[in-house]
Design a protein around this ligand. Structure first.
Ligand code: G4P
Length: 525
């Protein structure tokens, strides 16, 4: 197969949902359909259970599981599918945002009974900002659910995206009879089964008596009316609009019962994008360029505290990646060779000789990489679109053991490279501030500093609302601002100016008094 065909047959995507909507179950069922696994239950959930908030061993154990399921590659109908796993726990939302930067499209799972939930809404903001193509899977139809039209209304309103249903449920809960595949015009009758894959019945003519035979008179009539209404209310599938992130196709089913998955997967491989061109600071990189480029979107620490080596996950953006070839680590200006690059098929890891655009490779790292780093064939490029977001919680970090100052500094540095949290150094008093998305990360950091670096830390509360990246439309105004707000100025890990706003009011005052400065909650604007 030629280079172009290899690129075109790749689909790299992420599945996101609010915890418990069924992301892990859907992932597993997709692998089952793809023949990558043979029994249900083979993929372990990487979610950090609520009970684990203070159970560090549990957190560590679950981190271990998530390395195995970070990327799940499989082939389906000659399409190479890479599913990127995203942590479900909200305290790790930033990890999920970063994984999304490596996805060419996304499937969002929504619980049919609960509708769109908070976490999904937040993740959708990231997808919308990047215009990521989205398919929605409404799950758990085997349980009592609301009216499907109401579910679609909820999705449109909450996720602020136009929808186009491509399959349609017939009843729900005890009355769930099956799915009509609008896209392919066939009917799949429901029979609960966790292991087997149901076959669809071809029904091209909805006026034929078969429909009533299968569904009964009332349900058949209801389906016909629903389909008529769908034709009137929703646009038919427009792939261009889907690829632009403007319209989301919607499928219904029950992941647990393998139901509605085939419809989803078949349509997915047909319409989802192969690797897309990506912007760098310097220029746009096209996947079919001959020379290799890629970027690090995730770093995973080794589970063994005696070995501080890590795995850097790289998304190949263009060209072929070759084992042992010399590549430029742009950030460090260093030439590097990788003798044991790994790829992930199902939940197995193996050393590979080559990888194509769209693929994810794992590189053994001894501390050279941080999130967002670019690797190329020699060209100095910096990929965009891997932003940091303002943390929600902030604390000063202090050294609790003066004999271990170096260890603490190194530990903080490496954990920040991994993206566990963000470090800001207050320019006024030189104190280090750690910002996180959730409270759990402070505990993880403290635990890992002690167990992996032998360093002890102490936390001290600080009252901050947001960390804002500053865009100056007038350099002199920035100089004035920094003078007046010296106490609230910090630098991030890249040395960029940060305004630490204590409250929404303080931010508002800054915005009003310094009209030529723009304050952003993300590092890319
Ligand atoms: P998540 O990764 O999005 O957090 O969700 P996960 O797949 O772990 O699913 C959450 C719970 O919902 C699981 O039950 C799972 O079995 C169930 N579930 C998933 N899909 C369906 C479906 O289509 N129908 C029904 N009825 N249930 C579904 P659990 O009891 O929390 O976990 P487990 O003990 O079954 O693993």
């Amino acid at each position: 197969m030629g280079f172009k065909e290899e690129i075109e047959r790749r689909r790299t995507f992420g599945i996101v949902s609010h915890p418990d909507a069924g992301k892990t179950t859907l992932t597993e069922k997709l692998l089952l359909f793809g023949g990558a696994i043979h029994v249900a239950g083979a993929v372990k959930s990487n979610k950090i259970k609520k009970t684990a908030t203070s159970d560090f061993m549990e957190i560590e154990r679950q981190r271990g599981i998530s390395v195995a399921t970070s990327v799940m590659g499989f082939e389906y109908k000659e399409i190479k599918i890479n599913i990127l796993d995203t942590p479900g726990h909200q305290d790790f939302a930033e990890d999920t945002f970063r994984v999304l930067t490596a996805c060419d499209s996304v499937i969002i799972v929504v619980d049919a009974a609960k509708g769109v939930e908070t976490q999904t809404r937040k993740l959708m903001q990231v997808c919308r900002a990047r215009k990521t193509p989205i398919i929605i899977f409404v799950n758990k139809l085997d349980r009592p659910a609301g009216d499907p039209f109401d579910i679609l209304d909820d999705i449109e309103k909450e996720l602020q995206i136009e929808v186009t249903p491509l399959s349609w449920p017939i009843g729900s809960g005890d009355l769930f009879q099956g799915i009509y595949n609008i896209h392919e015009q066939n009917l799949c009758l429901y029979s609960p089964s966790i292991q087997t894959i149901p076959e669809g019945i071809e029904i091209n003519d909805l006026t034929a008596p078969d429909l009533e035979e299968h569904l009964g008179k009332r349900a058949a009539q209801q389906l016909k009316e629903d389909l008529q209404l769908i034709r009137e209310l929703y646009p038919s599938l427009d792939r261009t609009a889907y690829l632009a992130g403007a319209v989301a196709p919607v499928f219904f089913g029950s992941a647990l019962n393998n139901f509605g998955i085939r419809e989803l997967l078949d349509c997915f491989i047909e319409i989802a994008p192969s690797p897309l061109p990506r912007e760098t600071v310097e220029r746009v990189v096209h996947p079919d360029e001959k020379k290799f480029t890629g970027f690090v979107f995730k770093i995973h620490a080794n589970m063994d505290p005696n070995h501080r080596d890590r795995v850097a996950f790289v998304k190949v953006c263009s060209g072929m990646f070759l084992r042992n070839a010399a590549y430029l680590h742009v950030g460090q200006g260093k030439i590097m060779r990788f003798s044991t690059p790994t790829a992930f098929m199902a939940s197995k890891k193996s050393i590979i000789d080559e990888a194509y655009p769209g693929d994810i490779i794992g590189l053994h790292d001894t501390g050279n990489f941080k999130i967002g780093d670019t690797l190329t064939d020699g060209e100095k490029l910096h990929f965009k679109g891997i932003p940091s977001f303002s943390p929600e919680l902030f604390k000063y970090i202090e050294n609790a053991d003066p004999m271990k100052t170096k260890q603490l500094a190194k530990g903080i540095d490496q954990l920040m490279d991994e993206g566990v949290a963000q470090l800001f150094v207050n320019q006024f008093n030189n104190r280090k501030i750690i910002g996180t998305v959730g409270a759990l990360q402070f505990e993880v950091i403290e635990y890992r500093l002690l167990h992996e670096y032998g360093a002890s830390c102490r936390w001290e509360g600080i009252n901050l609302y947001k960390a804002c990246w500053i865009e100056a439309l007038d350099e002199q105004e920035l100089v004035n601002f920094k003078l007046h707000k010296a106490q609230y100025m910090a630098k991030d890990k890249w040395g960029r100016d940060i305004f630490l706003a204590e409250s929404p009011y303080m931010l508002q005052m800054a915005q009003e008094n310094y009209k030529k400065l723009l304050f952003h909650f993300t590092s890319e604007f």
